[in-house]
Design a protein around this ligand. Structure first.
Ligand code: HEC
Ligand code: HEC
Length: 289
């Protein structure tokens, strides 16, 4: 190594003076920007270790000046969400049923709560999609046995149908067959008449005879035109939506037994906010009036 700067012949770059087996090392320092970034990251890393938790110790770890911890952050987030929920619950409890829809936040809160309470409490009878089963009404359509306004839906949910609650909706179709109110031939005729309401009668003469029985025995509840009466829980017979099935055998069976489906009361079993949310949820399903 000489004191004099040595220039490489091929590249024209200064060498460091180191030589291995005749190969010379060129003196090419790291670019400035690279070095600066390197030093800056060292400074940053030291700063990080000072303010954030960094090093394990025998019985824990260095907490850092800011005392940051993800566990604390998550706990705070959960606390925040709880407070927000409590606020919404309190607001929902106070807000009259009909006014909840005016507040988008409250409405969203009620819908989420209603959907989850529905899945737990109502889906076993009404189906996960509220589509219903034979004897258990579909809650998506706009055909309502007991009324489809928010208030009527809430009443049905609170007090139930034909149950023990003193406010329960009650109204019993007579057991025309079982109690011998009508003769089997009369039942057959009136069933033909009911079929004729949805243009499905196969025996016009029977349907004609049934029309008289219908007017005498059935119109008081189901209406002269068969459109039903929500005050009496008497289903519409002309819309071709059937709670118990629309085949002739099903209709005969309904007339013979009077059916008498029961829905439990939910007042006292679910809290008032959940009950309100359920009414809003069911009303929103598509058929709400
Ligand atoms: C044990 C079965 C059962 C459960 C559980 C049940 N229901 Fe019902 N629900 C019924 C039956 C049966 C009827 C029809 C009653 C009738 O024949 O009038 C009904 C009727 C209704 C109606 C009236 C429909 C109409 O057309 O007027 C609403 C609304 C309703 N249920 C909502 C609910 C909600 C909300 C829940 C959950 C909190 C629920 N139901 C849980 C059986 C059930
Ligand atoms: C006192 C009122 C009342 C009278 C009278 C009455 N019904 Fe009903 N009817 C009802 C009620 C209430 C239901 C619903 C029963 C239920 O939800 O379980 C019903 C249900 C029915 C259904 C089943 C509808 C469906 O969607 O599956 C048929 C069919 C029916 N009635 C026909 C008749 C005929 C025909 C007569 C006359 C012979 C008659 N009803 C008389 C109240 C009455």
């Amino acid at each position: 190594m000489s004191g004099k700067r040595e220039i490489d012949d091929v590249t024209g770059v200064e060498t460091t003076g180191h030589t291995w087996d005749g190969i010379k090392e060129l003196n090419k320092p790291l670019p400035k920007w690279w070095l600066m970034t390197f030093y800056a990251s060292i400074v940053w890393a030291i700063g990080y270790m000072i303010v954030y938790p960094a090093w394990p110790t025998l019985n824990g770890y260095t907490k850092g000046l800011w005392g940051y911890s993800q566990r604390v952050a998550v706990t705070q987030e959960i606390e925040g969400a709880r407070t927000a929920q409590a606020t919404l619950r309190a607001a929902l409890e106070k807000t009259p049923l009909a006014e909840v829809k005016n507040d988008p936040d409250l409405l969203r809160f009620a819908m989420v709560g209603g959907a989850s309470a529905f899945a737990t409490n109502c889906a076993p009878c009404h189906g996960r999609g509220a589509q219903g089963f034979t004897g258990y009404p579909n809650l998506n359509d706009d055909d309502w046995i007991w009324g489809g306004t928010l208030a009527e839906i809430q009443k049905t949910i609170l007090y139930g149908v034909r149950g023990a609650h003193k406010e329960a909706r009650t109204s019993d179709m007579p057991k025309f067959g079982t109690d011998g109110i009508l003769k089997p031939t009369e039942i057959d005729d009136v069933a033909e008449f009911v079929l004729s309401l949805t243009k499905r009668a196969s025996d016009a003469a029977a349907a004609g005879r049934g029309a008289k029985t219908y007017a005498d025995q059935c119109a008081s509840c189901h209406g002269a035109e068969g459109k039903g009466n929500a005050e009496l829980g008497a289903p519409n017979l002309v819309d071709d939506i059937w709670l118990y099935g629309g085949q002739k055998a099903d209709i005969v069976q309904s007339i013979v037994t009077g059916r008498g489906g029961a829905m439990p009361a939910w007042e006292g079993r679910l809290d008032p906010v959940t009950l309100k949310s359920l009414a809003i949820y069911v009303h929103s399903l598509g058929g709400g009036k």
